[in-house]
Design a protein around this ligand. Sequence first.
Ligand code: PEP
Length: 249
Amino acid sequence: MRQKMAVGNWKMNGTGAALAELQALAAAQGAARAEILICPAATLLSRAADVVKDSSIAIGGQNCHAATAGAHTGDISAEMLKDAGASAVILGHSERRADHAESSEEVGAKVCAAWEAGLMTVICVGETLTEREAGDTLNVVAAQLKASLPDGATGENTVLAYEPVWSIGTGKVPSLAQIAKVHNFIRAELTTRFGAEMAESTRLLYGGSVKPGNAAQIFAVSNVDGALVGGASLTAEEFIPIISALDAS
Ligand code: PEP
């Protein structure tokens, strides 16, 4: 039985004042059945970890470097994230793939570094609108999975997020059938490569414009074990109903 999961990706949003939202979330979500992971900006990590220390909410990073240390100005290692209070890290988000030209091979190397540091990885895959319209969605997702997901992936160290790039931050959501098709495909790909035990224990999250108004429908889709949420995770007011919908699913 896979524990449902809600991940909040705060992206490059929030200063110390935003921790009030995390405080409100922690106060309200004591009884949540779903696992909750909030990934704030790196500058907030240790303060966020402090805010949630008496709750079941976990804190994660949004990226890490593949190296353990060295001359990489502006970068953060997986060990540094862990030291700041993170237990997980999002890797391969489409904004990093686009803004920093991160290849799936680089994502795979970062995943290895994160596992080495004891972090769980939330690995993102998903097609652009052009790729979907060309009928390439499953090929793109398969190729990203192959290179971004190293051997050694387990249901404990890995969560996968299917995030169609055209749905992130746009308010456009794929049909429920389109979501089901990709999630069923990912589960089948995991089974082929890693075996049934790994495939059945790995959480598959949907990400892309999840809001309180559409969460329940999305969580009812086959092989959707939760959500990776951007905009609607920034306030407790919007994120709490999404978590409630997940708990009820
Ligand atoms: C995301 O940042 O991964 C995301 C899905 O954003 P949004 O929920 O705002 O579409």
